[in-house]
Design a protein around this ligand. Structure first.
Ligand SMILES: [Ca+2]
Length: 734
């Protein structure tokens, strides 16, 4: 066949301005890169221009490489190597390290949804339309390493010359093999068709012979793979200058990589990603790393390779789309690339929580400059944090609160801590972290009082877990920290509640009163006994629990309080409130409190497990654990005040004195009533696997069992305690 004839055919094709794939009798389905495709490409190949054609617009006539990374002619030298050899274009690992094949850098869903069988029925990259698919190399094992190996060696410098050599080879190839009138420019195969399609479909113009030959040669020799070609064309300046719409961009990717029209479902999936803030490179990667493109490459006998992206915004769809959403909802615009990169990186690298980022958007200079009034401000919060328009009652309520003095920041927390925002976050694979007490104005390590900040956090609607970062916080026990029901205080192990000195005989540093489902964990409560300015009273408690239900205190260090470390009691013996129920004190260190380390006054179902309790001293009875309900006006203990179901396990108790008189310096004691052994303080009590370094006494507890325990002192037993495997120094049965 004569070349001239073919040119006529090509010109006809060009005039029709029809996507080349449309010239196929039917759009090739994914994976079926067989006869139709080859036939199409045969037509193109025959039609390749010879050297008499004028250079295409933008073609570098001298073939020079001075532009460094993006060649206008799309030829070999550019594309994958930046001018400085760096990798900021995101297409290669800077170090050429071995992440290849790890397409999902965020660890998100792995493959499985990309046409696993390579079949083409759904025609779509995504079987389920979900976000993760399409971008994963299912069989990364096979291609693993190929791209990075090639590119890293090029980046290394020596192969830069190699590229030039490739050009020379290509020219040689051209002169030696192409010039003859009776032979086609290049052999008629799928590789040539693939590269030709890159020019005609991606760049919208005919290939110039040199660029075409370069690419074909590189693909054939294995010095480039499909992913490299893809990035070379789709990220080239010439391509970018086409300024395609998102929709056209996706269509071009379908035609260049899959050689077919987009199916509706597939186009929608990719459009959703683009409209949700994902980059075009991210979408490109989905095509390059897909099974369908793999199948096409297999059919052509070339390596597909694996495309990688280094930008933060390309690592995790959920994070990127969440940040994009903040731009749109809060600022009313799309994010600029630098901003998208910065914010996504902060969430990705756990520098900031999604909630904190959202808050920064609302308090950004750009947002504040909008000058929204309170009503408009709240409306934006509805859209940003709840993903919906306001309801009138809710809007009115919040506006009223602002008018009443609530800060905009507090209002925002009401939204950012809502179930609706938590649900919205979960759609992006994100979650609410615990809110910090510093968000409410607490400042560690300064002299300023932090008590109000703790209480503001507990009062805040929507906040169910309050985090206390490491540092020292000043607490005024006269006010006390007052946890609310269903809330947790989570303290860093290096968080210290430093109680400021006062003169009161009664206070609670943490005052848990008539609430349920409260957890206090971590941190240290350092009481004020050494700074105390009064002399009366003995009820300055570290943690006072009054009529609390389902309360857990764990991993807290509690020391130096004017009264007890922990006190379990009731607000009022006379009314219908029956004290504490289901209290767990676990893995705590409780020491150096003035009266007792733990007083159990009115509580059922108490578990003390894994604690170390030491050295109560200052005012009677100076016990580790003292069980002693309050008596009524007749001097009796009411039946409902008896503490039932007490469990003390795996706990060590140390005391400072020994046997001064009954009930002083005891490791544990049920209170002693010398004249009345029928007075009962506890019922159903189990002590197991404990070490008591000092005296102990069960004067008034019924149904008490002690097992597997060492008592390094005297055990005073007035109630016939059931002892199993208990070692004691002495026993005194009264
Ligand atoms: Ca402070």
């Amino acid at each position: 066949m004569k070349v001239r004839k073919c040119l006529v055919l090509l010109a006809t094709i060009a005039m029709l301005a029809t996507p080349l794939s449309a010239l196929a009798q039917e759009p090739a389905e994914a994976g079926e890169v067989t006869e139709e495709t080859v036939e199409t490409e045969t037509v193109i190949d025959e039609g390749m221009p010879d050297e008499e054609l004028p250079p295409s617009e933008g073609e570098t006539e001298d073939g020079s490489t001075e532009d460094g990374d993006v060649d206008e002619d799309g030829s070999v030298e550019d594309v994958d190597v930046d001018e400085d050899g760096s990798a900021e274009d995101g297409d290669v690992d800077e170090d050429g390290s071995a992440e290849d094949g790890d397409v999902n850098e965020d660890g998100s869903a792995e493959d499985g949804d990309v046409n696993e069988d390579g079949s083409a029925e759904d025609g779509d990259v995504d079987e389920d339309g979900s976000a993760e698919d399409g971008d994963v190399n299912e069989d990364d094992s096979a291609e693993d390493g190929s791209v990075t190996d090639i590119i890293s060696s090029e980046l290394g410098g020596t192969e830069i010359e190699g590229i030039i050599e490739t050009e020379e080879i290509a020219e040689t190839f051209l002169f030696n093999n192409v010039v003859s009138e009776d032979e086609p420019l290049v052999s008629e195969d799928g590789v040539t068709g693939f590269v030709s399609r890159m020019y005609t479909v991606a760049l919208g113009r005919q290939a110039e012979k040199k660029g075409l030959a370069d690419w074909v040669n590189r693909l054939r020799t294995g010095s480039a793979d499909g992913s490299v070609v893809a990035q070379g064309f789709i990220t080239s300046e010439e391509f970018v200058n086409r300024k395609l719409s998102d929709s056209d961009y996706v269509d071009v990717l379908y035609h260049t990589f899959f050689d077919r029209d987009a199916d509706d479902g597939g186009r929608k999936t990719w459009m959703d990603k683009l409209e949700g803030g994902m980059s075009r490179e991210y979408v490109l990667r989905g095509f390059v790393n897909s099974q369908e493109f793999q199948n096409l490459c297999d059919a052509y006998g070339i390596k597909r390779g694996t495309m990688q992206l280094g930008n933060k915004r390309d690592q995790n769809e959920g994070i990127t789309m969440f940040v994009h959403r903040l731009y749109v909802q809060a600022l009313g615009r799309k994010g600029e690339p630098e901003g998208m990169e910065d914010w996504t990186g902060r969430i990705l690298d756990n520098i900031m929580s999604p909630e904190a980022v959202a808050k920064d958007f609302i308090f950004s200079e750009e947002f504040v400059k909008k000058g929204l009034d309170d009503t408009e401000y709240v409306k934006v919060l509805y859209r940003t944090f709840m993903g919906r328009e306001y309801d009138q009652a809710g809007l009115d309520d919040w506006v009223k609160k602002i008018a009443g003095g609530m800060s905009r920041e507090r209002v925002l927390i009401g939204f950012s801590r809502s179930v609706e925002f938590a649900n919205l976050l979960s759609e992006y694979g994100l979650s609410l972290g615990p809110i910090s007490v510093t968000d409410f104005g607490a400042v560690p390590n300064d002299e300023g009082d932090d008590t109000d900040a703790f209480n503001d956090a507990f009062e805040q609607e929507g906040v169910d877990s309050i985090y206390v970062p490491a540092g020292t916080y000043v607490i005024d026990a006269r006010k006390g920290i007052k946890p609310k029901s269903n809330k947790s205080l989570v303290m860093d192990s290096e968080a210290v509640l430093d109680v400021v000195g006062n003169s009161q005989g009664t206070y609670n540093v943490i005052d848990i009163r008539n609430v349920q489902n409260v957890s206090i964990s971590g941190g240290q409560i350092r009481g004020e006994r050494d700074k105390h300015t009064g002399s009366g009273g003995e009820s300055g408690m570290g943690i006072g629990i009054y009529d609390g239900v389902n309360i857990r205190i764990s991993n807290v260090s509690i020391s130096g309080n004017w009264g007890d470390g922990i006190y379990l009691g009731t607000m009022d013996d006379k009314d219908d409130i029956y004290g504490c129920d289901n209290i767990r004190i676990e893995n705590c260190k409780i020491f150096n409190n003035r009266r007792s380390n733990i007083s159990i006054v009115d509580a059922d179902n108490v578990t003390i497990d894994g604690c170390t309790i030491s050295d109560a001293k200052g005012t009677a009875p100076q016990c580790g654990i003292n069980i002693e309900p309050n008596r009524d006006s007749s001097g009796r203990i009411p039946e409902d005040a008896i503490c039932k179901h007490i469990r003390i396990t795996n706990t060590t108790i140390n005391v400072l004195g020994k046997d001064d008189y009954y009930g002083q310096y005891f490791c544990f004691m049920t209170a002693y009533y010398p004249n009345d052994k029928s007075m009962h303080t506890a019922d159903d009590m189990i002590i197991d696997s404990c070490t008591f370094n000092g005296d102990c006494g069960n004067y008034s507890g019924t149904n008490v069992t002690i097992s597997n325990t060492v008592i390094r002192g005297t055990f005073y037993d007035y109630q016939g305690t059931n002892l199993k495997n208990v070692n004691y120094e002495n026993i005194w049965r009264g």
